[in-house]
Design a protein around this ligand. Structure first.
Ligand code: GRF
Length: 205
């Protein structure tokens, strides 16, 4: 049985698209994207899921009255209902507390648009990461896929890829290059690696 993957999103969903394209190209033979969860009802990622025929759910903190515990319980229930084995955070803009992450040891992946431990942790999300990299004047940045634990961007690193910073880069041009040259390549690779690992563990048990 293939590893059932849930992808959690908040926005445009280009990383989700990279996963969908990789699965369709046969590059994730041990896994299948079985569910998309968005905390944002207007995320374009939901449209990508719809077009790919993947079931999607909207679970927003607002609808939980801003109650983090309720929000996480709702996510947990939905994941259990759909028999999910692996969670991939692909531009999911919500912090998950230890209460949630401890239920999924080595079962949550995140993609971060820098070479951790640079430009990561609280406050480093979206364009801010690339702004900080340009401000510091680094000549090389990149992306990191890591397991998620209770420390923001602090879990074990699985994959990293370096990307050159070019003269005249803006946060936007750098963000795009990091996505094209690193994120969209690494995330499907990581999805396959961990899907295979989970399948093997299932066989052994
Ligand atoms: C990506 O840069 C990802 O690394 C970060 O958020 C962005 C999401 O983009 N965590 P998208 O929604 O996948 O297009």
């Amino acid at each position: 049985m293939k590893t059932r993957i849930a992808v959690l999103v908040s926005g445009g969903g280009t990383n989700l698209q990279a996963l969908i394209d990789a699965e369709n190209a046969g590059k994730i033979p041990h896994g299948e994207i079985a569910l998309v969860i968005s905390n944002n009802p207007n995320a374009y990622a939901l449209e990508r899921a719809r077009q790919a025929g993947i079931p999607a759910a909207v679970i927003s903190r607002k609808e939980c009255g801003g109650d983090q515990q309720k929000f996480e319980q709702w996510i947990q229930m939905t994941l259990e209902r759909d028999g999910i084995d692996l969670i991939i955070l692909a531009g999911f803009m919500c912090i998950l507390t230890e209460k949630f992450t401890s239920k999924w040891p080595n079962r949550i992946l995140n993609i971060h648009p820098s070479l951790i431990p640079s430009f990561c942790g609280s406050g480093f999300y979206g364009l801010h990461v690339h702004e900080a990299a340009l401000e510091r004047g680094v000549k090389v940045t990149g992306a990191t896929v890591h397991f998620v634990n209770e420390i923001p961007d602090g879990g074990p690193i699985l994959l990293q890829k370096a990307v050159a910073v070019e003269q005249g880069d803006t946060p936007e041009t750098l963000q795009r290059r990091v996505m094209e040259q690193a994120e969209w390549i690494l995330l499907p690779q990581a999805a396959e690696m961990v899907s295979e690992m989970i399948e093997n563990q299932r066989k052994d048990s």
